[in-house]
Design a protein around this ligand. Structure first.
Ligand SMILES: Cc1cc2nc3c(=O)[nH]c(=O)nc-3n(C[C@H](O)[C@H](O)[C@H](O)COP(=O)(O)OP(=O)(O)OC[C@H]3O[C@@H](n4cnc5c(N)ncnc54)[C@H](O)[C@@H]3O)c2cc1C
Length: 408
């Protein structure tokens, strides 16, 4: 059996390519027993499938890779995505923070629309079969894709087999091996959108305590590298929340993350404020004065404990060194990165098929004509907020549009 297009992987990228191809005989090979396993757990099962922010802002949510995705994201935008689902009868729900979900808050409804589109487009899907090898047969002018059960031939090949995170969903890096067979470089895959384990974590009992819009600065060898702002969360084993998850792509072992839990823009400003507050509250207890800072009570108590400060003493009894320590713990609290969360908990993969070997106007390989890549297999990774699924849809759509435009 010969196909016009073979697609490896039935995640959001592969499915969107398949439903967008026009008048083609298409085969999807999926190694799981059903499609979209990762999509089903996305957004805690509610599927935050895109974001309502301006497209220009969108591009900044993929680190340095945003400019590469520009064509794909402008060719099929976040608004196009919402309209696509709405036309299929699935309304969207836009949250105040810009995250877009299906109105039903159920990822399976997104998957159903995708699978219906694929079916209506006459696409064949083979489940429970893993592509293990692909090559171009120049005599036949066809790609042959070998699976653990059979061999298929197709005039074009789209590889959308995902990255390496959450391997139980099927993305185990197989697509990289296929890309390598065509000479593609793989940028070392690493975890992104992951919580961070820090040394001597003392906040276990504050699990669930969160802070809105706070500043985190990243230090390496005594030098400040970057500063980030966003929401922060203590869990029972690590630090998390969007400001940590989104920027984990930049963190390395032994980096120091200094967290400013206060609303003051930096450590110096807070020091001036704290010094005045303490000096003007001589007779009051330190803990009761610190509780005026509009920070969670349990957190203040923990800071007093970590700073080894007697919570019973009055402000006038607090030594200069203790004031300095308090200031640091509240406005530049140092956490040393021990390790990132690992692929089992990372929501996306950083690294993958090297971007400089892909034509981002078409998603076609620069090394092998008629070979395309779409989705997370490519070396890009987006922030939390719907940016990754949107990128999978948009790159999948662009690969299909490029093939449609070839008219052969
Ligand atoms: C817990 C979690 C929550 C997330 N939440 C969100 C969210 O709310 N919003 C958001 O934007 N992003 C979210 N993401 C990220 C998002 O789900 C992914 O970026 C997206 O699914 C990538 O799509 P993809 O099609 O490129 O790859 P995948 O979804 O990984 O699909 C790849 C498919 O290829 C198949 N495959 C792999 N190897 C082979 C092979 N050899 N042969 C055949 N088939 C193969 C796999 O089984 C899989 O079905 C989340 C991720 C996780 C893990």
């Amino acid at each position: 059996m010969k196909y016009d297009v073979i697609i490896v992987g039935a995640g959001p990228a592969g499915l969107f390519s398949a439903l967008s191809l026009e008048s083609k005989k298409v085969l999807i090979i999926e190694k799981n027993k059903y499609a979209g396993k990762k999509l089903m757990i996305s957004g805690a099962g509610q599927c935050n499938y895109t974001n309502s922010c301006e497209l220009s802002a969108f591009l900044s949510r993929y680190g340095s890779k945003g400019r590469l995705l520009k064509n794909a994201l402008y060719n099929f935008t976040n608004i196009d995505t919402m309209e696509f689902f709405e036309k299929k009868g699935l309304k969207s729900m836009v949250r105040e923070d810009g995250k877009v979900f299906p109105i039903t808050l159920d990822a399976s409804d997104i998957l159903k629309v995708l699978l219906k589109g694929v079916k209506e487009n006459g696409v064949e899907i083979i489940y429970d079969e893993a592509a293990i090898k692909a090559e171009y047969d120049s005599l036949k002018g066809m790609f042959t894709v070998k699976t653990n059960k059979s061999t298929y031939a197709g005039a074009r090949l789209i590889v959308s087999a995902g990255g390496m995170s959450y391997p139980l969903t099927g993305s185990t890096g197989d697509g990289y091996l296929i890309a390598q067979e065509f000479g593609h470089k793989i940028v070392k895959p690493s975890e992104a959108l992951t919580p961070v384990y820090v040394r001597d974590y003392g906040f276990k009992d504050l699990s669930g305590v969160s802070f809105e819009d706070i500043k985190v600065s990243q230090w390496r060898y005594g030098r400040k590298l970057k500063e980030f702002t966003g929401d922060f969360l203590f869990t029972h084993v690590n630090i998390s929340g969007p400001v940590i998850l989104n920027n984990s792509r930049y963190f390395e072992k032994d980096d120091i993350l200094k967290i400013n839990f206060t609303s003051y823009s930096n450590n110096e400003e807070f020091r001036t404020f704290l010094d005045e507050l303490i000096l003007s509250s001589g007779g009051s207890g330190v803990v009761s004065v610190l509780k005026r800072l509009n920070l969670p009570k349990r957190f203040i108590e923990k800071i007093i404990e970590i700073g080894n400060i007697d919570g019973e003493i009055k402000c006038s009894q607090l030594h200069k060194e203790e004031r300095r320590k308090l200031c640091e713990l509240l406005s530049a609290h140092p956490f040393t990165v021990e390790r990132l969360g690992g692929f089992n908990v990372a929501m996306v993969t950083k690294g993958g098929v090297a971007a400089d070997e892909i034509n981002f106007k078409t998603m076609e390989s620069k090394l092998e004509p008629n070979l395309y890549f779409a989705g997370e297999i490519i070396d890009y990774d987006g922030d939390t907020g719907g940016y990754n699924i949107q990128a999978a849809f948009s790159t999948g759509r662009l690969a299909a549009d490029s093939i449609n435009h070839q008219n052969t």
